[in-house]
Design a protein around this ligand. Structure first.
Ligand SMILES: Nc1ncnc2c1ncn2[C@@H]1O[C@H](COP(=O)(O)OP(=O)(O)OP(=O)(O)O)[C@@H](O)[C@H]1O
Ligand SMILES: N[C@@H](CCO)C(=O)O
Length: 318
């Protein structure tokens, strides 16, 4: 579940009255998501998403994230714009917590994408990279390969091996990759977490890209590698789905062709992408009791993908 805070009806009504969005009709907590509390809010003017930032997100980063949504949406990307309050503010505070009202976009997240859907996702990702070119603020990637290597090393081999005997080896690969990481690839503001649950679709059309709360200045090819690792496998990370991966890369290149050095770097970038999720999932695994309400995500699903990219090399992207 992801409604961590109870919002009293009068607080909600007072909040909505600060925006020019009509009268409050209803508000329902949204179960999906784990980081923030989200409500689907209906007013006499339409539907909106109300997000309360609960953890992980620094309030000082909100102008960057919410400004990025507005920037991309103004440039025709399927990204929800931020609704600003009557005073022009992109976010407000309720009971000491930051909240933002976000445009509601139609669509559903797909569990089993088709190649046509993957092609559309690749094209939509490339469009955001191009549209972000004139977004001035920058934000460093706090979860880059050096962070993944440090985070895994910090867990210690015993704790890693207790989760799975193959995890300490993944930690060693992270240390090696941090040394070999390519530094000169073309950058833009990247989503860096474009999993299927962060994409809304209607048929083959991408209607929404959401959850930009890991967005940062990164190599664009890395963002494509993250998306490949997130989309081109079954959920367990056991089976590579080459037709999905190929369609995703083709869709991306239909909008923004990759330079030769970006293509050459993809296998290594994809291993780094896998390690980013191995690291965050491992840390969460250790920090979350097995009987907690939140379901822990399995780090091994990305260790298997890591080894796939290691052995497949360039063929993973053909
Ligand atoms: N702009 C939007 N339009 C329509 N639905 C949305 C929108 N934003 C979020 N949602 C819905 O709310 C759900 C939860 O949102 P989200 O995934 O952003 O939660 P989170 O807790 O912030 O993120 P996460 O769990 O990925 O860290 C989504 O799965 C989607 O169904
Ligand atoms: N998309 C991530 C969670 C957000 O970091 C995962 O599946 O591990």
């Amino acid at each position: 579940m992801a409604v961590y805070t109870h919002l009293a009806a009068e607080d909600l009504a007072a909040l909505i009255a600060a925006y020019d969005v009509g009268e409050l009709v209803s508000a329902k907590g949204i179960a999906e998501g784990v980081s923030n509390s989200n409500w689907l809010v209906e007013t006499t003017a339409g539907r909106f998403i109300l997000t309360m930032y609960e953890r992980r997100i620094e309030t000082s980063d909100l102008p960057f994230f919410l400004g990025l949504l507005d920037h991309l949406s103004e440039r025709g990307c399927p990204v929800p714009r931020t609704i600003h309050d009557r005073g022009g503010a992109a976010f407000r505070h309720v009971n000491g917590k930051a909240v933002a009202l976000i445009e509601f976009l139609p669509g559903v997240s797909v569990d089993h994408p088709t190649p046509e859907q993957a092609r559309a996702v690749g094209a939509a990702l490339a469009k955001t990279h191009l549209a972000a070119a004139d977004f001035i603020p920058a934000r460093a990637n706090a979860l880059d390969i050096s962070h993944s290597a440090r985070a895994l090393a910090g867990c210690g081999d015993d704790a890693l091996a207790a989760i799975d005997p193959a995890l300490p080896e993944a930690a060693r690969i992270a240390g090696q990759l941090a040394n070999d990481w390519p530094r000169d690839l073309p950058e833009a503001i990247c989503h860096t977490d474009l999993f299927p649950d962060n994409v809304l679709m209607l048929g083959d059309r991408v209607t929404g890209m959401i959850d930009f709360y890991f967005a940062c200045t990164e190599a664009m090819a890395y963002d494509l590698a993250v998306t490949h690792a997130a989309w081109a496998f079954d959920l367990a990370g056991e089976r590579h789905a080459p037709e999905i991966g190929t369609a995703l890369v083709e869709g991306y290149q239909s909008v923004r062709p990759l330079a030769a050095e970006e293509r050459a770097a993809l296998p290594l970038l994809a291993q780094g992408a896998c390690l980013r999720f191995v690291a965050s999932r491992t840390e969460d695994w250790i920090a979350t009791p097995a009987d907690a309400l939140v379901t822990r995500k399995d780090p091994m699903a990305f260790v298997r993908r890591l080894h796939f990219y290691e052995s497949a090399g360039q063929t993973a992207f053909e």
